[in-house]
Design a protein around this ligand. Structure first.
Ligand SMILES: NC(=O)c1ccc[n+]([C@@H]2O[C@H](COP(=O)([O-])OP(=O)(O)OC[C@H]3O[C@@H](n4cnc5c(N)ncnc54)[C@H](OP(=O)(O)O)[C@@H]3O)[C@@H](O)[C@H]2O)c1
Length: 335
């Protein structure tokens, strides 16, 4: 039977994984676009990838909005959410009203902590799958997806009730990973709820260290920060703060195979591509940054359990104000 997949937020990550899922047998992959709608409707996506080559992908259906998608009355097996996670701007779970059925798997491919809650609360009968990807991809112009490197993606059912084993959710999770594998993403893995949350915390260590520091230091590349004698102490300090707090919050240890802060620093020092975190690109182009899910939520989640992360807290407080000041400046310049 054909598997119907809807990508909500067809930007760099969503369109890339959408194009891979479309390559799996018996899938139909559709997209909800926003600013790239006209370009994608007319010409589909062009994907450029060192791993998969250059190809064009025309989604089965291209919608201009969630409302447009609702009108199609399709029964979605999976809805992949790959918008930037900006809970301070909008509750994107609301956009999925009328699209999610009891049998739908909502797959969140987003950075940060606490992204699953709004979907889990709004759609208690659907299955929420939490996905963390290590990828470098961008959409430099509407409809053009530049995949630079990596495709690692770990997916786990979101089952926050302690000890719950939900067979439906686990089957939904396994099937999604199989579709990714069949679409050519060999390093997609199915994880348990508990392991996936550990992956989220581990990824936060990297994102919370490098992303805000790049913005606050005026656009440093990852390698520059990892090589500079003072900045590397700061970066390691932030990573260690998260890597020691996450296991305490989750009451479990990181598996041995997860990289240490020293190993992350060493591999970043070797990355001479000059790449900068995407938060810098968001800052520079005047867009909102994923501050709440990368800094605010980890701080609040840890605080609820009685743990403070002072380095993260400083980054959060300063960057939130910097963003407010920037946005006020933008408003002034419009007058
Ligand atoms: N790019 C990477 O290499 C990478 C790596 C790892 C993790 N991630 C994470 O993956 C997530 C997605 O990142 P991304 O880089 O793919 O972002 P992106 O390129 O900005 O894509 C997000 C897409 O969602 C669309 N969108 C947002 N709200 C929408 C709405 N209400 N209706 C329809 N479309 C909407 C945006 O449209 P507009 O263009 O109109 O705003 C954009 O096309 C983020 O959480 C990010 O941190 C990204």
């Amino acid at each position: 039977m054909t598997v119907e997949i809807l990508i909500f937020g067809a930007g760099a990550v969503g369109a890339f994984y959408g194009s891979r899922l479309a390559n799996a047998p018996d899938t139909q992959v559709s997209v909800v676009c926003r600013s790239n709608y006209k370009a994608v409707k007319a010409n589909g996506f062009t994907v450029k990838s060192p791993q998969y080559g250059d190809y064009t992908w025309s989604p089965t259906r291209t919608f201009a909005s969630p409302e447009d998608a609702r009108k199609s009355k399709t029964k979605w097996d999976y809805i992949v959410v790959s918008t930037k996670a900006l809970p301070d701007v909008s509750d994107d779970s609301q956009q999925l009203e009328g699209l999610v059925g009891d049998g739908t798997g909502i797959v969140l491919i987003q950075n940060g902590l606490g992204v699953e809650g709004p979907y889990n609360r709004r759609f208690p009968k659907a299955t929420v799958l939490s996905a963390v990807t290590v990828i470098s991809a961008a959409q430099p112009e509407h409809g053009l997806i530049q995949h630079n490197r990596w495709t690692r993606i770990n997916v786990g059912p979101y089952l926050p009730e302690q000890g719950v084993e939900d067979e439906k959710a686990m089957a939904c999770n396994k099937k999604f990973v199989e579709l990714l594998n069949a679409g050519g993403v060999k390093d997609a893995s199915a994880y348990s709820h508990a392991k996936l949350q550990l992956v989220r915390w581990h990824k936060i260590a990297i994102n919370a260290a490098f992303n805000p520091s790049s913005v606050l230091s005026g656009g440093s590349s990852n390698a520059t920060m990892a090589l500079d004698s003072e900045a590397q102490l700061h970066i390691k300090g932030v990573m260690d703060e998260v890597l020691t707090t996450g296991p305490k919050v989750l009451n479990t240890q990181f598996p041995k195979e997860f990289a240490t802060s020293e190993a992350i620093l060493r591999s970043t020092q070797k990355n001479t591509s000059g790449s900068r975190p995407s938060m810098w690109a968001d800052w520079e182009s005047g867009k909102r940054m994923e501050l709440e899910v990368i800094l605010g939520n980890p701080i609040r989640i840890a605080r609820e359990k009685g743990f403070e992360m002072p380095r993260l807290q400083s980054l959060y407080a300063l960057l939130k104000l910097a963003q407010e000041n920037r946005d006020k400046g933008n408003e002034r310049s419009k007058l």
